[in-house]
Design a protein around this ligand. Structure first.
Ligand code: PLP
Length: 409
């Protein structure tokens, strides 16, 4: 009987030392079986067999590494983990069933009752609910601060603070958090800096280079890039990821092998997609700014953006999500959204299909009017995630929105 560890051995002669992101995205982490398949294989199996009772015992005790059971060991999932770890420049990655499961696993593994978290106010809405409602039930408290207000972060830190959590750029208003400043705050407070790098991906921003301890992704967004699967991943040091892996093995919010395979295929085009979609978003932001009836465009690639310089320092491009306010209220804004003819009306982002959203009544609909106002989520705000359709066609579609809102005759 073949030893599964030998069968799944890494590909001989494949040397990726010093390779660039585009190479790693295609090659890193791949293992090949004795069938010599060129493309990565899917292993849809719940368990793995052992050559003998002694081998089973050695695997279970951890004496001999290898596959046991797909809740915590699956070759396709491992290929995805190794590829994303290489792309982020982290020691190890742990894949999870969703982006929220990645946040759950990180917090359950690394926080305990009595600990305190400081989190940027503009995070993904469900992350907000996760900290406020569920972590609180288990004695972990959370303070929310403005992403860009370093003094606010400092003031919120207490003796109990063990984690600083943020997304940069923020969604939908494209504010930028200063990773180096927050990393030094975290180090002084003996807290971990956790960055949700969903909007940039390692193709545009590598938070470890600026001192982050943990990087989290919703793989559902740009890592897949084509809107097919839900998944997530946590990346960090061997020491920290060993704890996260322990939680995954015990509690089971595991990524399926099929989804891992889809994400592996998605990663192959990560750099190409992110560069093309960011370039299109920049062009659309500049174009929108000059259209009648557009009050303000929020995009860190515009030179009058307050953190343009910081975005340039941390990111190699400005990303594909932007938002804008139109002249008018909710009625005109809804008419704008209903006026587009191919851009999808959906809350998702990170797809090659462009999407359009009204944050005030969807993604941020649960916020109180005061919280919406302080977060800048006004009724006349529209968010778009720019896809891979021809830029001229996206502009034409947005132009139909402007016409339908009565901003252009
Ligand atoms: C979507 C998203 C999440 C949650 O990921 P799921 O895969 O939907 O669970 C977390 N953070 C950000 C920034 C997201 O956009």
């Amino acid at each position: 009987m073949p030893d599964i560890n030998k069968v799944i051995a890494n590909i001989p002669f494949c040397d990726l030392d010093g390779a660039e992101l585009d190479t790693l995205a295609v090659r890193a982490g791949q293992s090949r079986t004795h069938e010599m398949e060129h493309s990565e294989a899917i292993f849809p199996t719940s368990s793995f067999v052992f050559g003998s009772a002694a081998e089973a015992a050695a695997r279970f005790s951890g004496e001999v590494p290898g596959n046991i059971y797909s809740r915590f060991t699956n070759p396709t999932v491992r290929m995805f983990e190794q590829r994303i770890a290489a792309l982020e420049g982290g020691e190890r990655a742990v894949a999870t069933a969703s982006g929220m499961a990645a946040i759950l696993a990180t917090c359950m593994a690394l926080l305990k009752s009595g600990d305190h978290v400081v989190c940027s106010r503009g995070v993904f809405g469900t992350t907000n609910v996760f900290f406020e409602k569920y972590m609180k039930k288990f004695g972990v408290t959370c303070s929310f601060v403005s992403l860009t207000d370093i003094q606010g972060w400092q003031a919120a830190i207490t003796e109990q603070t063990r984690m600083l959590f943020l997304e940069t750029p923020s969604n939908p208003l494209c504010e930028i958090g200063d990773l180096e400043a927050l990393s030094s705050l975290a180090k002084r407070s003996n807290a971990l800096l956790v960055v949700d790098n969903c909007l940039c991906t390692p193709a545009l921003q590598r938070p470890f280079e600026f001192g982050a301890d943990i990087v989290i992704h919703s793989a559902t967004k740009y890592l897949d890039g084509q809107g097919r699967c839900v998944g997530g991943v946590v990346v960090g040091s061997e020491l920290l990821m060993n704890e996260v892996y322990g939680f995954l093995r015990t509690a089971g919010p595991t990524m399926s092998p099929f989804n891992a395979w889809v994400f592996l295929k998605g990663l192959e085009t990560l750099g190409l997609r992110l560069r093309a979609q960011s370039a299109a978003a920049l062009e659309i932001a500049q174009w929108l700014k000059d259209q009648p009836g557009i009050e303000k465009v929020f995009y860190a690639g515009l030179e009058d953006h307050p953190q343009f310089a910081l975005a340039k320092k941390q990111q190699s491009a400005f990303g594909a999500v932007l938002s804008f306010r139109i002249s008018g209220g909710r009625e005109e804004t809804w008419r704008f959204i209903d006026g587009v003819r191919f851009i999808s009306i959906t809350a998702n982002l990170g797809d090659v299909k462009s999407t359009i959203t009204h944050p005030a009544t969807t993604t941020h609909g649960r916020l109180s009017p005061e919280d919406k106002a302080s977060a800048g989520i006004t009724d006349n705000l529209i968010r778009i995630s720019v896809g891979l359709e021809a830029v001229e066609d996206i502009k034409k579609d947005l132009y139909r929105g402007l016409q339908s809102a009565g901003l252009i005759s």
